[in-house]
Design a protein around this ligand. Structure first.
Ligand code: SF4
Length: 457
């Protein structure tokens, strides 16, 4: 009997990478491979890397080097993902012992690529690494080889509706890594949403680099609003439908109406603004019409008074003056966001901002980040405290190490990036139940289950 080959797949980076890993794992499983958690038992070691910013690249390199150092004679080590696409052969130079580099635009070729790499190792005393790095932006649509574009975590699932991005943001490597926008055909997305709902998924999270651009390359108008409407129609058993990430200037009136009038769409929007001073935004090559921001946020909050808004900002972008940063602080104070992520600018040589003058010293950027985080922590605490005594619905995701505290999320929290709700007792994963908020911290809530929840075994 032929031995089934085993693979160990390590995923770094964001939820979009989780989806690519799930798709590769599906293709490998269908080809007869067997997955293992143990690196020493795997024939094939795959690291799905992240290359978005410097610290993420460092982490990817660290894992690759560790695996290369421990690699056994019969094992092959393959780098996939964003860093592979961005660096190509440079990655093999940086990681001695790497056997293959497959770019993120060709994740669907993983099975054939592994076969080629393994064949090239046979009998070769010092085999060179192999590369598979096509540059055309054809990662999605008709070339997915039947792989699902989903990653399931407990009762939640991420569903990728497009890949790539056609925006010109000066600091961002994504268009270089992924290519321009490629929307997946609506019928594929709907079939996957329906199947996930039938499998018992309670929360479906639609993800893309720019969700609000969905369908523009397919000739669709208001493609996202239509897709959301259709998902709710074909997958009525879903409890929550969450949208991550909207682009400023692209949230249409129709989308606001669809969000406001459908109970299943959680009243939560992640809309990265990146800055609030028009001059900084213009240098970032981002929409700089702050009038639009004020007008649209007011519209959204009027239509959905309970709306939780998450946004992210970059501080220390080249040329950011004290006055520009202070304008950002005032804006955050004024807008009272529910969730804010703050990043210091990451220098990326290949991007337009890598050549800009007046790079801000690291210590200045870090001080600005701390100041903005402290401001937001005060806002977030006040907002959380306002929920004490109120009833919310929580989706349970697990327990703490003791097993006596259940951990869940409310509609105000997306997985991994936002806060949690902590409940006494051991409640089964996937349970959705009403809870009364009894305490608040800067990020998390403490709550008591209402009624008698099921007790987990
Ligand atoms: S919209 Fe997002 S992914 Fe696209 S270029 Fe700008 S920052 Fe990058």
């Amino acid at each position: 009997m032929t031995k089934r080959l085993t693979y160990h797949l390590l995923t770094l980076g964001c939820a979009k990478n989780d989806v690519d890993s799930s798709s590769m794992a599906q293709l490998l499983d269908e080809a007869g491979y067997h997955s293992t958690e143990k690196t020493n038992q795997a024939d094939v070691l795959i690291v799905n890397t992240c290359g978005f910013i410097g610290p993420a690249r460092e982490e990817s390199l660290r894992y690759l080097r560790e695996l290369a150092a421990r690699k056994r004679k019969h094992q092959v080590l393959i780098a996939a993902g964003c860093l592979s696409q961005l660096w190509g052969p440079r990655l093999a130079d940086a990681v001695p012992g790497l056997d293959g580099v497959i770019g993120t635009r060709r994740w669907m070729d993983i099975v054939e690529f592994i076969e080629r790499v393994r064949a090239s190792r046979k009998g070769a005393p010092h085999p060179s690494p192999l590369y598979h790095l096509p540059t055309e932006a054809d990662t999605v649509g008709e070339d997915e080889r039947g792989a699902q574009r989903v990653a399931v975590q407990g009762a939640s699932a991420y569903l990728k509706i497009s890949d790539g991005c056609r925006r010109p943001c000066a600091f961002c490597t994504i268009p270089i890594i992924k290519g321009t926008l490629k929307s997946r055909p609506p019928e594929l997305v709907l079939a996957e949403a329906q199947r996930l709902a039938e499998q018992g998924v309670r929360e479906l999270i639609l993800i893309a680099q720019d969700l609000t651009d969905y369908g523009s390359d397919l000739g669709l108008r208001d493609g996202l609003a239509q897709l959301v409407t259709d998902i709710i129609r074909v997958a009525p058993s879903l409890d929550w439908l969450r949208l991550m990430y909207a682009y400023p200037g692209a949230v249409s009136d129709r989308l606001i109406e669809v969000m406001a009038t459908n109970d299943k769409v959680v009243k939560y929007l992640d809309i990265p603004l990146q800055h609030a001073h028009p001059a900084t935004l213009r240098r970032m090559r981002r929409p700089s019409n702050m009038e639009w921001v004020y007008r649209t946020f007011e519209k959204m909050r009027t239509a959905m008074p309970e709306l939780a808004i998450r946004t992210t900002f970059i501080v220390g972008f080249p040329g950011e003056t004290d006055a520009e940063f202070e304008a950002l602080l005032r804006f955050v104070e004024e807008m009272q966001f529910d969730r804010v992520g703050v990043f210091t600018y990451s220098f990326e040589a290949q991007t337009a901002s890598g050549h800009m003058p007046h790079q801000v010293p690291r210590e200045v950027a870090e001080a600005r980040r701390n100041a903005l985080m402290e401001l937001q922590q005060r806002i977030s605490l006040r907002k959380n405290q306002a929920f004490i005594g109120k009833t919310l619905t929580a989706l349970i995701e697990g327990t703490d190490a003791s097993g006596n505290i259940s951990i869940g999320r409310t509609y105000r929290d997306a997985p991994e990036v936002d806060g949690l709700v902590l409940l006494r007792g051991c409640i089964p994963i996937g349970e959705m139940l009403p809870v009364r908020v009894t305490g608040a911290m800067e990020y998390d809530l403490i709550a008591e289950p209402l009624g008698a929840p099921a007790i987990a075994a």
